[in-house]
Design a protein around this ligand. Structure first.
Ligand code: ADP
Length: 306
């Protein structure tokens, strides 16, 4: 099984012809609510590929929180450890997107920041019996670190996605990561290097690996990804197929969720093959609009991915 210890956010999206100035009120032409948050996104993708999944998270005791838990259930994700709190609102991302696709975003993490180590203790059995545990940085770093330590000490493979990245990441995140997976921006923040090409990403991956993780992956959008591992110490570029990208939001989470699925259910596949397949799944997600709504199900994918 795959366990995710991470975030749930309700996306409140307004489409406008331009972005408002300070103090200005403008009319938009469309509004919709979406389910987001990196943790839940990754969990949903893994579940849609057929993984048995469990989400350890915290939402508010409010209508967004109720709806979010219902969304997890709809995706066949266990919500036994999806807590609801009176003390904060469900995390939200208020997003304004103009016709050029430029956006301004305000995230209020809310209840996500109240997920604590006591909550993890209640989920200890589920975490210790998982094949793979994923976490990110949209909950407090203390909780993410504790989750990684719990998984690590029980021999559960850890997949860490340092997003959103911070320059002064606690060094224990590296040593507790079996697989450390970041995108170009995150790699830049973590290493101080410019990361725009597979060659740049390879240098960044080498630096990150030196900090103690077993496997490093840097995703490169339409360029696929670069990887470096203990068994393959020379960085390897894994390109992806050319597709017509409609909306790349959440592509990284689709990739991470897919990778967790392969690590848990196809542990004997060569890493390179897992990454090739994860690229293919994320490539499907960029070809339609939305975040979770663009994530493919097993039944819609070619059989050779399974
Ligand atoms: P993030 O969504 O975190 O910014 P990336 O942009 O690196 O992450 O995308 C993650 C993965 O999604 C890539 O490694 C690739 O597999 C896939 N992907 C993203 N953009 C495209 C694209 N335009 N065409 C094909 N695949 C894409």
């Amino acid at each position: 099984a795959v366990v995710v210890v991470g975030s749930c956010m309700t996306d409140l999206v307004s489409l406008t012809s331009r972005l408002p100035k300070t103090g200005e009120t403008i009319h938009g032409h469309k509004f919709f609510i979406g389910f987001g948050g990196k943790g839940a996104n990754q969990c949903v993708q893994a579940a849609r590929l057929g993984a048995k999944t469990s989400m350890v998270c915290k939402v508010g005791k409010d209508s967004f929180g109720n709806d979010y838990i219902e969304n997890l259930k709809q995706n066949d994700i266990s919500t036994e450890f999806a807590y609801q709190t009176q003390d904060a609102a469900t995390g939200t991302a208020s997003i304004i997107v103009n016709n050029e696709g430029q956006n301004i975003i305000v995230i209020v993490a809310g209840a996500n920041l109240l997920l604590n180590t006591e909550d993890l203790k209640k989920a200890a059995r589920t975490i210790s019996r998982a094949k793979v545990m994923i976490c990110q940085l949209e909950i407090t770093p203390e909780t993410s670190l504790e989750a990684l330590m719990m998984a690590h000490s029980n021999g559960v493979k850890t997949l860490f996605n340092p997003a959103p990245a911070v320059a002064d990441l606690d060094p224990r995140f590296y040593t507790l990561s079996d697989v450390f997976c970041c995108n170009e921006t995150e790699a830049e923040i973590l290493t101080g290097l410019k990361v725009h090409s597979p060659a740049d990403a390879s240098r960044a991956a080498q630096l990150l690996k030196g900090r103690g993780c077993r496997v490093v992956i840097v995703t490169l959008g339409a360029e696929g990804c670069v990887t470096l591992s203990e068994t393959e110490p020379t960085p390897k570029h894994i390109p992806t197929e050319k597709v017509k990208a409609v909306d790349t939001t959440g592509a990284g989470d689709s990739f991470v969720g897919a990778l967790a699925f392969y690590l848990a259910y196809y542990p004997n596949l060569p890493l390179e093959e897992m990454l090739k397949r994860s690229n293919s799944i994320a490539a499907v997600s960029v070809q339609s609009a939305g975040t979770q709504s663009s994530y493919p199900y097993k039944k819609d994918l070619p059989l050779d991915l399974f």
